[in-house]
Design a binder for this molecule. Sequence first.
Ligand code: ZN
Length: 240
Amino acid sequence: MRVAVLSDIHANLAALDAVIASFGSVDAVWHLGDIVGYGPEPDGVVERLAGIGAVGVRGNHDAAAVGGDEIEWFNPDARAAMEWTRRRIADPTRAWLTALPTRHTDGQFGLVHGSPREPLWEYIVSVPVARANLAALTTEFGLYGHTHLPMVYAERDGGVEQIEPADGSSFTLAGGRSLINPGSVGQPRDGIVTASYLVLDTDAGQCTWRRTPYDIEAVQAAMRADGLPVRLVDRLAYGL
Ligand code: ZN
């Protein structure tokens, strides 16, 4: 089975559509939350994901969008964008986001937004945090997002190895458990502006990271027209 794994789309429909065109035919699409927030097209992104039958989990932005008190922990820009998102989204979008679970399991793969032990909020950004979460994994492999950074933390010879996968590089699912991040479709933060995702081949036991260009300026123009915070507009051009 070939699965496209997408995370942190953040209401960036141009990036999502470029990614969908780039992965072509797959057997399933899994998403790791933060569907909305920051970007200009929350309804369009949810409609597209629902249309292609994507399955996945909620992120902290999705929880806030449907009224959760997660918004209290947002920085001022994220909060302003979230207040705009709450006003903007249509009822079917709200219903679809509300129905998302915080965890989803498919065979050997566990899906969360943040981390296995704190699915909404924890950032896996270091080997010690990864080690604790590998211990908390109830599946062989954990797929996570939230940091917007393509990454693998893999159990190797009793230790935990950190791998930063480049565009086109692959990781083989063998030798121990691992935590795997596809990077962000809609707001990359690794200094590379193109949309990041991965394709998982469950038969070959391999995942491959990919980057896809999209029309960043068009998304920025839409964000400006909607009055979204200028720092959120600017960061798309820096990938930070
Ligand atoms: Zn996010």
